[in-house]
Design a protein around this ligand. Structure first.
Ligand SMILES: [Mg+2]
Length: 278
């Protein structure tokens, strides 16, 4: 190989945009419990009736971890005490969370995804990032995303949302748009402006309740407001986190996919419950 070739490859690598998917199981705990019960011989699908996955009711803090669409339609919300939820629906079915079951379905999703690339980051029990940059095999990424979505629905009997973007942040933001069973893209600056900037700033990844009041006090209500704020002002107010929020609002994220072949060591159960209740 000549030096010219080496440099041209480096140059190509620098300009080549990454292609990232974020795959997120829709209503994972409830869907997985439903599929498991059907596989065990249940005659109806708990997704079609008012039902919830609840924390331990013998504990005083038993709360709603996930709800079916019919339960949602009755006003039942995630994180409310189970006794409140039951008041809204006398016939509410309550099922305990079963992480051994959830882990099995999580692996089933991973096994399907691993037929497309080995560059997979398991972000939580029901979410994965895929770096598809060098795994397209001449196909279009939307074609692959559709195939993944269809295969999971057909083979595993539950649905996913998929976000398609050039970085992890935008792929994750995109997968969170309208649900369920949808594929969304955030592939250009224009798409970021059109689809993200009108959303309330709390919808931006990593922006939590702690920051929201301060941002609102600064007149920053939407992600677009944040994107157009002087980053120096944000850094002064929030330190490094201010710059990160500014970059995220503008769709900028250089973080790499953290390939993990095995279960992450962190406590999935705890992390998932906490992240769901934010
Ligand atoms: Mg999910």
């Amino acid at each position: 190989m000549t030096f010219t070739n080496i440099y041209s490859i480096i140059a190509l690598g620098e300009i080549m945009e990454r292609i990232i998917l974020h795959v997120d199981v829709n209503n994972a705990f409830l869907s997985w419990t439903a599929v498991h019960k059907l596989e065990c011989g249940e005659t109806f699908d708990i997704r079609t009736v008012p039902s919830i996955i609840g924390g331990d009711e013998s504990q005083r803090h038993g709360i709603v971890l996930a709800k079916s669409m019919p339960a949602k339609a009755l006003g039942i919300v995630t994180a409310e005490p189970i006794c409140y939820a039951k008041r809204k629906c006398k016939n509410l079915l309550v099922f305990p969370a079963d992480f051994s079951v959830y882990k099995k379905y999580s692996y089933d999703v991973y096994n399907i995804l691993s037929t497309y690339t080995d560059k997979i980051e398991r972000f939580s029990i029901d979410e994965c990032f895929l770096d598809m940059t060098n795994s397209l095999m001449g196909r279009g990424i939307l074609d692959i995303a559709k195939e993944i979505s269809d295969r999971i629905a057909k083979e595993l009997k539950f649905t996913v949302n998929i976000g398609v973007a050039h970085n992890k942040l935008l792929a994750k933001m995109a997968s969170d748009f309208q649900k369920p069973n949808k594929i969304h893209t955030l592939l250009s600056k224009q798409e970021v402006e059109e689809k993200m900037w009108g959303l309330p700033v709390i919808e931006l990844f990593m922006v939590g309740k702690n920051s929201i009041n301060k941002l609102n006090d600064m007149g920053i209500k939407t992600i677009g407001d944040l994107a157009k704020t002087d980053p120096k002002i944000l850094t002064k107010r929030f330190g490094k986190f201010g710059l990160m929020m500014y970059n995220y609002a503008n769709g900028i994220d250089d973080s790499e996919i953290n390939y993990q072949k095995h279960i992450p060591k962190r406590n999935w159960k705890r992390n998932n419950i906490i992240s769901r209740l934010k």
